[in-house]
Design a protein around this ligand. Structure first.
Ligand code: NAG
Ligand code: NAG
Ligand code: NAG
Ligand code: NAG
Ligand code: NAG
Length: 467
């Protein structure tokens, strides 16, 4: 009798428990709470094989365990060569794409290869990394962990990071190339060079500037690009990484000049796979993937990496402080892990500064936005809202447009600069019904050298002076 009652109540609890779990799963599924839903799956630890659609379980412990079995792979050397420059490659049409691979040796207990990817949250694709240590050998197979990067719309394709852990390998073994596959025995038709920045450190740069979005839409404003590069170089930028989505042919001679003659820029293709070209399917042309690629690409090459757009300039604002180096020194932020700078809008639709436009033909001819547009809003935006930043790349794991999302120790100082120390001058069209404005001629401190530099560039590119 006792036994029976116990069994009964046990059954009842089981039924209620199962029902509760069902309701919970439905609720979680509807609300798409990722981590909890992933935990539910841990009770049924079979590895999804790709044909199943697991809703929104991108980041799951299931993929965490590392298997290493190179005898498992026989004839799966990819039939392709590593592209000369990184390009978007397809793993699964419409679902998974990869761009670049970086060896990350910053963890204590294992090395990782981090891969910049694009994926769709609806498809929980298991990913495997095939890693070549020697060109003739079989690749090593490990499970990869795919996690979406921050700041993205939930229902479109998302930029993501794939982590391939290399726990069981000697730390000094050098991976050469990596492919991503969705079945462990697949032979891949994507192949990425594994960048090893720590070993193959080129020259050391003080400030690398990452252009925060790809150059696109047949943009042919060579004046704007030249002004942006030269003014940043005056602040102390000695290296630039730019991504080309669809820059027009007019840009070509300028790109050649800066890439080959000046050796100041790295120019990378950023043509997205056709199926996700639509902005509704991929927010801002994958700019979150782009800034994270730039972060890893500049790591160990550059003391600081600066994240800004073509219409933004981080301008030091203290008297007699003209460079970022000096700005950091005076604010005791030299060597800081993170330096944030507040934003102000200079409205491009407001008329040119008359003093400049009438007195200086050269400025008007060269169309120098920072010199012509001096009317700005009084409002200074707070940190993390429109603000921009520079960071020490070795201290960052995951980064975003306005801030770093995940740091990696040992972390040095965090700096939030006051508006007296520096401002992001942001030149754009901007609707504000009741603008309170001021005239801000701070950028004129750079006027003469800027004019000379920009003129020289046009002269050297075109072989003659501007008309
Ligand atoms: C993958 O799993 C599904 C459902 O469990 C199964 O029907 C299918 O045959 C499996 N596919 C492969 C290639 O193993
Ligand atoms: C690798 O795979 C082979 C064949 O599938 C198997 O015999 C061997 O035990 C595996 N090795 C390891 C380390 O799992
Ligand atoms: C980096 O900054 C230091 C100190 O200002 C300077 O001496 C050096 O020339 C700079 N390096 C490069 C590559 O510009
Ligand atoms: C840019 O392209 C447009 C149309 O494609 C053209 O009208 C314009 O003159 C070009 N501007 C420059 C600076 O080349
Ligand atoms: C930029 O990329 C587009 C698309 O791939 C290409 O057609 C164009 O030639 C590139 N422009 C430059 C200046 O490299």
């Amino acid at each position: 009798m006792m036994m029976r009652k116990n069994t009964l109540s046990c059954t009842r609890y089981l039924v209620i428990g199962t029902f509760a779990c069902y309701i919970l799963s439905v609720v979680l599924l509807m609300r798409r709470i990722r981590p909890d839903f992933a935990n539910c799956y841990l009770h049924h630890p079979q590895i999804p094989n790709g044909s199943q659609q697991l809703h929104y379980v991108l980041e799951t412990e299931l993929f965490d365990k590392v298997t290493v079995n190179s005898t498992d792979l026989t004839n799966n050397t990819p039939n392709i060569h590593i592209p000369e420059k990184d390009i978007w490659q397809t793993v699964v049409p419409e679902k998974l794409f990869v761009y670049s691979a970086y060896l990350d040796t910053r963890q204590k207990d294992h090395n990782s290869i981090r891969i910049i990817a694009i994926s769709h949250p609806k498809y929980a694709i298991p990913v495997y990394c095939q890693i070549w240590f020697h060109p003739s050998d079989h690749p090593v197979l490990v499970k990869g962990k795919l996690s979406a990067l921050p700041e993205q719309s939930r229902n479109a394709h998302q930029a993501a990071l794939i982590e391939c852990k290399l726990e069981r390998f000697p730390r000094d073994d050098q991976p050469l190339a990596a492919s991503i596959v969705t079945e462990s025995r697949d032979s891949a038709d994507n192949l990425l060079q594994v960048h090893n920045n720590r070993i193959h450190s080129k020259r050391h740069y003080n400030f690398t500037v990452c252009l925060g979005g790809p150059l696109k839409f047949g943009l042919n404003n060579t004046n704007q690009l030249t002004e942006w590069l030269e003014l940043n170089a005056m602040f102390g930028a000695d290296h630039f990484i730019l991504y080309n989505h669809s820059a027009s042919a007019e840009m070509r001679p300028y790109v050649d000049y800066y890439e080959n003659r000046r050796k100041l820029i790295e120019w990378l293709p950023w043509k997205l796979p056709d199926t996700i070209e639509n902005p509704r399917r991929m927010k801002n042309f994958g700019h979150i993937g782009l800034v994270n690629d730039c972060l890893y690409r500049s790591m160990y090459h550059s003391a600081m990496t600066v994240f800004v757009d073509t219409d933004e300039f981080i301008v030091p604002r203290r008297a007699n402080v003209k460079t970022w180096q000096e700005m950091l020194r005076q604010t005791q932020c030299l060597g800081a892990s993170f330096v944030s700078v507040k934003n102000v809008f200079f409205k491009k639709e407001w008329p040119d500064d008359r003093m400049v436009a009438t007195q200086n033909d050269r400025i008007k001819q060269l169309d120098l936005v920072t010199q012509l547009k001096t009317k700005r809003e009084l409002k200074i935006w707070p940190h993390t809202s429109r603000s921009k930043y520079m960071a020490r790349p070795e201290n960052v794991m995951v980064t975003g447009i306005h801030k770093v999302w995940q740091f990696k120790g040992p972390i040095r100082k965090f700096c939030k600069l006051s508006e007296d120390d520096a401002l992001v001058h942001h030149y754009r069209w901007w609707d504000d019904p009741r603008p309170r404005w001021t005239v801000d001629r701070f950028a004129h401190h750079y006027q003469e050298p800027l004019i000379n530099r920009v003129e020289q560039v046009h002269e050297q590119v075109k072989g003659h002076k501007q008309p």
